[in-house]
Design a binder for this molecule. Structure first.
Ligand code: FAD
Length: 334
């Protein structure tokens, strides 16, 4: 790992004051579960590392009748176990509870999860100069791409966004509070992420001198939500496909309204499955309507040479997430 200077500010303003307007020379450090890996692999080589460990404000949690606000420094384990998150934002609690293993969840934070880098093996290989590292092309498009985007059309880089919290937060209409050099701004989670195409871009839309302070999830009466992941194995594994869903009503014959279906690990940004949403809107959630929404959610896929299997997994993940949100007994667990 390259040597760096370590800073430990105590306020968001101090932290932002240490950042620079361009990516690369200075990095924020939260739990370190991603940044330290990147440094050890020489993918990130910052000269300055700004730790958030002493910025107490990032650990604040506030709950009202209308919203839950979680500080960006909250750990994934704390999110997964928080009673109000479980009650009002089940999809988020479920997503957090399935990330990595206990060590990752105890160190990894909300802000770090949203701002982590992608897991493409070409990007993570020190010796491969892919598009995101200033090279001429994305090696996954014609290479080993079984874990890459199946909504690949129009993308010059076919990573999948790595955050499992992101689809749940978008489904729940959450927004992030961001601190920059000129003050604070609110960013809806639906517009937080971007598809990067070069070394001057990240997987999100924050500037290099901005910091996530918190994320707010509105509490809407009668909302049900869930997140379902299809994975190779139960722990220490990334989803092949994830579906996060939310709606009002939908149970015991009631019509589902405000249906949100957001897919993770299928595109460079979390993917809002509009046709799937339309298919379920104003219908009760049953096995038949949930399956139809799953088929609709796959509309627009353009798989690469090795990941056509993800289209079927989208159908499965969406159907199961909807049935879980509606409180149905998971028939697939025996
Ligand atoms: C085996 C394994 C399995 C995993 N499985 C999953 C999974 O299934 N789903 C999933 O989502 N993740 C998964 N992860 C990744 C893990 O969730 C992330 O590494 C973790 O959430 C990052 O949080 P951190 O606090 O450690 O971030 P750090 O490593 O400290 O930082 C990560 C990035 O975020 C930036 N950052 C941190 N905090 C802020 C902030 N407040 N504002 C702006 N930028 C910030 C940092 O500068 C850095 O670029 C897995 C990791 C491992 C090792």
């Amino acid at each position: 790992m390259k040597n760096f200077t370590y800073y430990r500010p105590t306020s968001p303003e101090q932290a932002v004051g240490l950042l620079e307007a361009r990516w690369g020379r200075t990095e924020l450090l939260a739990g370190g579960t991603d940044l330290l890996d990147l440094q050890k692999e020489y993918i990130a080589q910052p000269e300055r590392v700004v730790s958030l460990a002493s910025v107490a404000q990032l650990n604040n949690v506030s709950i009202s009748d209308r919203a839950i606000t979680l500080g960006a420094g909250m750990t994934l384990a704390a999110i997964a176990n928080h009673a109000s998150v479980k009650q009002h934002a089940a999809a988020l609690a479920q997503a957090a509870s399935e990330i990595g293993g206990p060590q990752i969840r105890n160190m990894g934070t909300l802000g770090g999860n949203l701002c982590q880098r992608n897991r493409c093996w070409y990007f993570r290989d020190e010796h491969t100069n892919c598009l995101l590292k200033g090279g001429q092309r994305c090696f996954a498009i014609d290479g080993e791409n079984k874990y890459h985007a199946c909504f690949a059309a129009g993308h010059r880089c076919v990573i999948v966004n790595p955050s499992t919290l992101a689809p749940a937060l978008i489904a729940l209409n959450a927004s992030a509070e961001v601190q920059g050099p000129n003050g604070r701004r609110t960013v809806p989670m639906a517009s937080f992420f971007r598809a990067p195409t070069g070394p001057t871009e990240r997987e999100h839309n924050l500037a290099a001198n901005e910091l996530v302070l918190s994320v707010t999830i509105p509490i809407v009466a009668n909302t049900r939500s869930a997140s379902y992941e299809v994975r190779h194995k139960q722990a220490y594994d990334w989803p092949l496909v994830q579906a996060a869903v939310a709606f009002q009503g939908g149970r015991d014959g009631a019509k589902a309204t405000g249906v949100k279906i957001v897919l993770g690990h299928v595109a460079p940004t979390p993917h809002v499955a509009e046709a799937g949403q339309r298919s379920l809107e104003n219908h009760a959630v049953t096995e038949v309507t949930a399956a139809a929404a799953g088929i609709g959610a796959g509309e627009g896929t353009r798989p690469l040479s090795q990941n056509g299997y993800k289209v079927k997994l989208i159908e499965v993940a969406v159907k199961r997430a909807l049935l879980l949100a509606a409180g149905m007994k998971p028939y697939w667990e025996v």
